[in-house]
Design a protein around this ligand. Sequence first.
Ligand SMILES: CC(C)(COP(=O)(O)OP(=O)(O)OC[C@H]1O[C@@H](n2cnc3c(N)ncnc32)[C@H](O)[C@@H]1OP(=O)(O)O)[C@@H](O)C(=O)NCCC(=O)NCCS
Length: 254
Amino acid sequence: MDWISLTADWCQHRSAVHVFRSPAPEGLDEDRLLGRLPDYERQRAARLKFAGPRRQYLVARYVLRQLLGAWCHADPWSLSFTIGPHGKPRLERPGAPEFNLSHSGDWVAIALSADRPVGIDVETIDQKVSRDRLAERYFSLAEQSELASLPDSERWAAFYRGWTCKEAWIKATGRGMGFAVERLTVRLDPALPARLCAVEDDAEAAAQWRLMATAAAPGAPVAVCASGLVEEWRCWDAACLLPADALRDSAATA
Ligand SMILES: CC(C)(COP(=O)(O)OP(=O)(O)OC[C@H]1O[C@@H](n2cnc3c(N)ncnc32)[C@H](O)[C@@H]1OP(=O)(O)O)[C@@H](O)C(=O)NCCC(=O)NCCS
């Protein structure tokens, strides 16, 4: 799926599921973002001692607020959020859209829909992780056998396809760590469209949820999950929502 540069009228497409990517590169001038955010977000950023997670958090909040503000015709900087029982944030506002966000490495990804619960996951492919041990622990038996059946050259992509799709579904449902993810089976073959195949003890799930897989950049797979029949997925490059001078010395402009 191609990423289109964000246009001012993106939010007129109310029935699409919108997906956004934004860079969160090293060297980003954090002060340019901090100044606009409310106190509690600045405080949370200050508590993040490692530069990577702090940068991701700031970019995510900075971009998310502008997207939600545009969608709701509201001041982005005064929006407030509530947190679900397992940590999923929601916009506190009548008729609020559904959204979810994810960050990894130099990327932030956000999904937004008028009324369908959505979940999104972006990961950075790291071939140092214990792929087969993680698959044994978190993948269903069907997924493990699909992974084993694929040529070696495709297994990393397949593993991350599975991981991101499973996370996206979990995040769409708002579940957290408590859910046994090996109960969930998604299609792993990276050459085929993403699909939820089955959820143990939930016969309706496969028909109820749609998955879409893409990549924020090479090595940064993204999966998005939404409930119901998705008329259209629209993928937007939202880098333009960051202040241009915040990126001046960053890897994004190098
Ligand atoms: C909570 C969880 C969904 C976060 O995922 P993550 O990969 O660590 O982090 P991501 O960057 O993708 O997402 C973090 C964002 O998701 C949102 N979020 C937090 N809890 C959430 C939940 N229960 N549901 C949906 N979204 C959630 C928040 O916006 C958070 O960002 P913020 O704190 O900056 O606002 C994840 O840690 C988790 O519980 N996973 C359980 C499933 C599991 O075992 N997976 C193993 C592989 S399949």
